[in-house]
Design a protein around this ligand. Structure first.
Ligand code: PFF
Length: 461
């Protein structure tokens, strides 16, 4: 049996878990989803869901991990419910699948960083589609990113995961703040802020916006696949996980909200449509930087893609750690071996996704057609649909069902330290949500997502 490590300090744990949460979901997905959801209305919904629905799930995952001190696929049997291990195992599998396309996006970010350093500011504008259509280049950069990820995971909890988070997280905040200050000085920046902060109340009741805000909050906090069960399992019994969870949630939300203060001023200053969608980040940003020109644009662009690379790195580390923790405990492997073997397996699984934007081949947009619909998606989108959009909320729902109905809330509460009135209020809110609110809300989200994604039925508009 391999010896289990713990995080050295509470701060170390908070930074590592916040590092998992803060990723491309905050910096890449959040601004463009907020753009499509009308800016401020999306932001309000996102904040409500984070507090009421997602925070209690985060707390449950960390409590299960800390209580059982084991990976998600064994955690449930440690509490006396071995049948539930299947939920943990599904989480590990889906996590590996999500990781297999996330690492490709991380690789693209790395490629953009390399081009920015070389001063090639038009790269995104001219070559983004060439890059994503080229499986060799995509795999090359994803493999480099994976190697860096595996290096830190192989060094273990204290020396690898905790240490890198301690350096990287403050760096993320500093770079983000510098970029925001600059963005706010640009002409028209204020229009961007207005769009971001003044809500269009009609959109608050728009079911598509509601659904997007909830799944965003879910993905952003790394919920549903057991990443936080895994990190929680390395927290010592002495630590106060309630406070830690509050800090993790706050930092994740802060970075997402700050990303809006960066992106919208930039987008409005260049007169670009804030609803331009997924391409917003890569293409729009490179349009912005290349139209600025000069050395300052090179520096800004480099800082921007460095920010994204660092945020992606602490997240890919957490993805890899979930599968590595599982492999170490299941197959009694040593950590170093496990890290590199699992990394290689994930890269192999990623190959069809890397071929998903090719002009021809079986994995591109014609890969699969969903039931009775005209919706036909690529392999990469298929994996995203089932593992991320469908399974994460389902996994979250099962975890909540487990905590509230199987393990029972009294036992869950015992894991939490309540020090004052504020803590008490938070715990009361979380328990109420776990008992009554989250299950129906997530069930509705899952049904709507399945109908919409797989059957092309939109019940809501
Ligand atoms: N929270 C990460 C992000 O915002 O980029 C993505 C993520 C990581 C989702 C780990 C799920 C997970 F288990």
């Amino acid at each position: 049996m391999q010896e289990r490590e713990n995080f050295q300090s509470r701060l170390g744990f908070i930074l590592a878990a916040a590092g998992s949460a803060i990723g491309l979901g905050n910096l890449y997905q959040f601004p463009f989803k907020a753009g499509q959801g009308g800016g401020a209305s999306f932001l309000i919904l996102y904040l409500i869901f984070t507090v009421v629905i997602c925070f209690p799930i985060l707390l449950s995952e960390i409590a299960i991990g800390r209580k059982t001190q084991s990976n998600p696929a064994k955690a449930y049997s440690n509490l006396g419910f071995p049948k539930w291990n299947i939920v943990g195992l599904m989480g590990v599998i889906c996590g590996a699948l999500i990781f297999s396309f996330y690492i490709l996006v991380a690789g693209w970010v790395l490629k953009f960083l390399v081009e920015s350093i070389q001063g090639n500011l038009v790269y995104g504008k001219e070559s983004f589609f060439t890059l994503i259509a080229d499986p060799y280049e995509t795999m090359l950069y994803a493999s480099i990113f994976m190697l860096i990820t595996a290096f830190f995971v192989s060094r273990g909890i204290k020396e690898g995961i905790e240490k890198i988070a301690k350096y990287v997280l403050p760096g993320i905040f500093i770079i983000l703040i510098i970029l925001i200050i600059y963005a706010l000085t640009l002409p028209n920046a204020f229009e961007g802020i207005k769009f971001y902060l003044i809500p269009d109340f009609s959109l608050l009741l728009d079911m598509n916006t509601i659904q997007a805000a909830l799944s965003q909050s879910f993905f952003s906090l790394s919920l549903g696949m057991g990443a936080l069960i895994t990190y929680g399992s390395y927290v010592s019994k002495k630590e106060n996980i309630l406070r830690a969870s509050i800090w993790i949630t706050l930092s994740d939300v802060t970075v997402a909200v700050l990303a809006g203060f960066l992106i919208f001023p930039l987008v409005f200053s260049q007169g670009i449509d804030p609803k331009s969608g997924g391409g917003l980040l890569f293409i729009t940003m490179s349009e912005i930087f290349s139209s600025m020109g000069g050395l300052s644009a090179v520096i800004l662009s480099t800082m921007f893609f460095l920010l994204l690379s660092l945020a992606a790195l602490t997240t890919t580390i957490s993805f890899l750690e979930v599968s590595v923790a599982y492999s170490i405990e299941k197959y009694d492997l040593n950590r170093k071996k496990a890290a590199y073997i699992v990394a290689a397996i994930i890269l192999i699984i990623a190959i069809p996704s890397a071929m998903s934007h090719m002009k021809s081949g079986i994995f591109n947009s014609g890969f699969i057609t969903y039931f009775n619909t005209e919706i036909s998606v690529s392999f990469m989108d298929f994996i995203e649909d089932i593992a991320s959009d469908f399974y994460l909320p389902l996994g979250g729902m099962l975890i909540v069902f487990f905590t509230s109905r199987v393990w029972k809330l009294v036992n869950f509460k015992e894991e939490l330290t309540i020090k004052n009135k504020f803590d008490e209020k938070i715990v009361t809110l979380a328990l109420f949500s776990l008992r009554y609110l989250i299950l129906p809300v997530l069930l509705l989200l899952i049904i709507l997502t399945v109908l919409n994604h797989f059957f092309g039925i939109n019940l809501i508009n």
